[in-house]
Design a protein around this ligand. Structure first.
Ligand SMILES: Nc1ncnc2c1ncn2[C@@H]1O[C@H](COP(=O)(O)OP(=O)(O)OP(=O)(O)O)[C@@H](O)[C@H]1O
Length: 293
């Protein structure tokens, strides 16, 4: 059955004339945190729903731990899921929802469930209908995580969470991956993916345009280096990797350098002068992402 936690081959979903997903070939390794990035309408939710067996593909196949996604009863024994739109029984309390979903999936680590409720500052006594979007999201996260499933399919899981809760999510996600659980995380919040994922796939209009390790993405992209000198800045003509140099507005002796690839040659050159301040700005995934569009 191989090492793949998730594997798709030619996975395609058409809605009439709309190609929501076109010929997706993807493999996600066990224990990996995989970021699935794309703008609205690019096919992220469609992919997750195909993996869950909630919809049938027009063509192609999807497996979870080697189990066909269409074998829902078997595949879901290994799956946890946070939908993009959390819809739960409005009249039940958080407690009741967790108990119900726990019974449905079988095994629940109750200590871990309590820990999650605590971590996310979730009040399980409130009724679902009274919960804010963020609190419904927390409930869905606790429900998905509490059984420690082998594979977690999370559709924009931190939408509606404040930054502190997002941080808690990152801690929990890293823990899960360290235990060997696999996380498939769709997002258009690029920063979240940047901190968390090993690899990312970039989806555009239903097609996967790139799969890359984050390191790799950074390597092919540019870095901005700002340096301030005691005296006149050096001339950087011909330094390998330097693609542009300009003054830093309002900072005497300051220059802004656009660097592609390794900084080694530039650093050596700068070190021949008296550097009083040095600042590098890594491109955000958003900037990298935009270069694909
Ligand atoms: N049930 C459906 N019937 C018709 N078209 C659909 C259906 N579900 C999705 N689509 C279309 O398929 C495309 C992909 O939608 P999908 O929801 O997968 O995108 P997404 O990347 O998850 O977007 P978002 O970030 O907005 O959730 C869109 O053009 C959407 O309008």
């Amino acid at each position: 059955m191989g090492d793949a936690a998730i594997a798709t081959s030619d996975l395609t979903k058409h809605y009439g004339k709309v190609a929501a997903l076109e010929a997706l070939d993807l493999e996600v390794t066990r224990g990996e945190i995989f970021g699935f990035l794309g703008p609205n309408g690019s096919g992220k939710t469609t992919t997750i729903r195909l993996l869950l067996g909630l919809i049938r593909p027009t063509r192609g196949t999807a497996t979870v731990l080697g189990i066909p996604a269409s074998d829902v009863a078997e595949a879901h024994r290994h799956l946890g899921y946070v939908p993009g739109e959390v819809a739960l029984w409005p009249q039940l309390t958080g407690h009741e929802v967790l108990r119900l979903l726990g019974n449905a999936t079988g095994w629940v680590d109750t200590d871990f469930r309590a820990e999650l409720v605590e971590r996310f500052h979730f009040d399980p006594s409130a009724r679902v209908r009274s919960l804010s979007k963020g609190n419904r999201q927390k409930l869905a996260l606790v429900a998905a995580l509490m059984g420690r499933p082998d594979v977690l399919l999370l559709d924009e899981p931190t939408a509606g969470l404040d930054p502190l809760m997002e941080e808690q999510f990152q801690i929990v996600a890293r823990d899960a991956a360290a235990r060997g659980q696999t996380i498939f995380l769709s997002s258009h919040i690029l920063d979240e993916v940047q901190d968390l994922c090993d690899r990312v796939g970039i989806l555009r209009a239903g097609r996967l345009v790139e799969v890359a390790a984050l390191d790799e993405l950074r390597r092919i992209s540019t870095t901005i280096v700002e340096a301030v000198f005691d005296g006149a800045p050096p001339v950087l003509d011909g330094v390998p990797g330097v693609t542009a140099v300009g003054p830093m507005a309002g900072v005497p002796g300051g220059i802004r350098i656009i660097l592609a690839g390794e900084p080694d040659a530039l650093v050596r050159r700068l070190a021949e002068h008296h550097v009083v301040r040095l600042h590098t700005v890594e491109p955000s995934l958003e900037e990298i992402f935009l270069t694909y569009y």
